[in-house]
Unconditional design. Structure first.
Length: 504
């Protein structure tokens, strides 16, 4: 395993300069930067490759939000590089690594398990951080220098996946792997395997090639297959290729299915006729093996990063390609509106009214940020905000009204707020150089806000049934109705929560 530490690879002057810039970027407690500097100095190469900021925060006694903020700012000053990783839903393969969100495409094919994946910002887009090569060079920036085991298990696989059935990573690899091998240019090597019933694979991810043997029937005598790696293809001169041959091209995965073989002793001879090294992994899957969704340790998803306020402030150019859209499978949308804002301008004048509205925006923005949300856009005097968790959106809704009621005690003209909250799907798109969200559930959230009375929060059933929400609204004036929402086509259960001023 390539876990070497090379202190000489650290550029101390660059590290000092960028830590100083990071210190100036925000009000960090001294221990935070000291721990980060120690991490860069003492962490091994794999520790500093695709750092999970949530895991780092847990280890170093930070909140998840503070850990995310730290690495977002660290990437901005060039201490780390931000990477958008496409993670396969059916295996731990890192199917793609991009420096910018606009390079991420909404569909990809996994090179390892051949599964087609539809990308969603909250499911299988992971944001990780690798130490900048200007600060410290690590071997994982040079995959050609890695051992073949590290090339597959660390460079090509996510370190955050949870093996099934309570297994460790090592136990899972031991159960499936039949060996690794580097085969140099113009080299020929022979390998002997005891192929059992099921699927046996010969994989070379460096050339994006996969050869599959299906072993069925009774155990037979010794068998052999000759494989030639030639011009970016696997050639099997002494065995016919089955009818399901697919060559996808354009840098995608090449897949070939051979005729069936019998279980038993099998010799595989591989001749590398290319001018490049081949990197091989041999795997044996049991009969009736069916891939299923992989579970991962908590990581920074693309959705959560887009809902992180400092990311929106620091990375305005990190946008979805305007020709594409990315799905969000579960997000909570909050809409607000001021009551009778138009007469406000008529009664107190444009300047005074604008000043009051700006103060109202400041109150809302502060609370939304404190509750881990972000303002997606303002529409006149209204706000659309996004939250990862329904509980945070509900707390923010109540606190915004409470704070505005307190503000009214000294304001020249009282302001009334109406709030609606809904959760569901959306697509993230690029619009006017910012991220915006569209879809039926976004429309529902806007319609729900339109039902709210002044100083009232309207919640859909999807929000109310989220864990903890009933506890948040308990004890407040509440009612439940079934309302027809324009454009929805069916009645929806709406919960109305009244908010009164709190004592101070």
């Amino acid at each position: 395993m390539s876990r070497g530490l090379n202190p000489a690879s650290i550029n101390e002057s660059v590290l000092t300069q960028r830590l100083s810039e990071l210190e100036s970027a925000a009000n960090w407690p001294p221990s935070v930067l000291q721990d980060l500097e120690r991490f860069i100095h003492t962490g091994d190469d794999y520790d500093l490759f695709r750092v999970n900021p949530i895991k780092y925060a847990t280890v170093n006694g930070l909140s998840e939000a503070d850990g995310i903020d730290l690495f977002v700012h660290a990437a901005k000053v060039g201490l780390f590089e931000m990477q958008w990783l496409l993670i396969c839903a059916y295996c731990p393969q890192v199917a793609g690594s991009f420096r910018e969100l606009d390079q991420v495409h909404p569909r990809f094919q996994c090179e390892f398990c051949n599964a087609l994946n539809d990308v969603a910002l909250d499911d299988y887009i992971q944001v990780a951080f690798t130490v900048s090569d200007a600060v410290r060079d690590i071997v994982f920036r040079h995959p050609e220098k890695l051992s073949v085991q590290d090339y597959y298990l660390r460079y090509n696989f996510s370190g955050d996946f949870r093996p099934p059935l309570g297994m460790t990573h090592e136990q899972l690899v031991a159960a499936l792997s039949r060996g690794f091998a580097d085969i140099e240019a113009e080299q020929c090597r022979s390998f002997e395997f005891d192929v059992t019933a099921g699927r046996f694979e010969v994989l070379d991810l460096s050339h994006k090639l996969l050869l599959v043997f299906f072993a069925n029937g009774e155990v037979a005598g010794p068998q052999g297959t000759q494989i030639q790696l030639d011009s970016g293809r696997f050639v099997v001169p002494d065995r016919s290729i089955g009818p399901r041959e697919m060559v996808l091209g354009d840098g995608l995965f090449a897949f070939r299915r051979t005729t069936d073989v019998s279980p038993g002793k099998h010799t595989v001879v591989i001749e590398n006729r290319t001018s490049e090294r081949g990197r091989f992994w041999f795997l044996q899957y049991p009969p009736q093996f069916v891939p299923h969704l992989v579970e991962y340790e908590p990581f920074l998803s693309g959705k959560r990063l887009l809902l992180t306020p400092c990311f929106g402030e620091l990375y305005k150019t990190q946008l979805v390609d305007e020709r594409e859209s990315l799905a969000v499978s579960d997000m909570t949308y909050l809409f607000t509106d001021l009551k009778d804002s138009t007469p406000l301008y008529e009664s107190v004048g444009d300047v005074n009214a604008y000043f009051l509205v700006r103060q109202h925006f400041d109150i809302l923005n502060k609370i939304i940020r404190e509750r881990s949300g972000t303002i997606i856009k303002t529409i006149g005097d209204a706000v659309m905000a996004g939250f990862e968790r329904p509980q945070d959106a509900v707390r923010a809704s109540i606190e915004m009204i409470e704070e505005l009621l307190h503000f009214n005690q000294t304001a020249s003209r009282p302001l009334g707020l109406k709030v609606g909250v809904h959760r569901g799907r959306a697509v993230a798109v690029r619009l006017n150089d910012r991220i915006d969200y569209f879809g039926q559930d976004v429309n529902i959230a806007a319609r729900v806000q339109g039902l709210a009375a002044v100083n009232e929060v309207c919640l859909t059933e999807a929000v109310m049934e989220a864990p903890g929400v009933s506890d948040i609204v308990e004890g407040r004036p509440a009612s439940r109705d079934y309302e027809n929402l324009k454009g929805v086509g069916q009645k929806m259960e709406i919960h109305r929560i009244g908010v009164s001023p709190t004592r101070r």
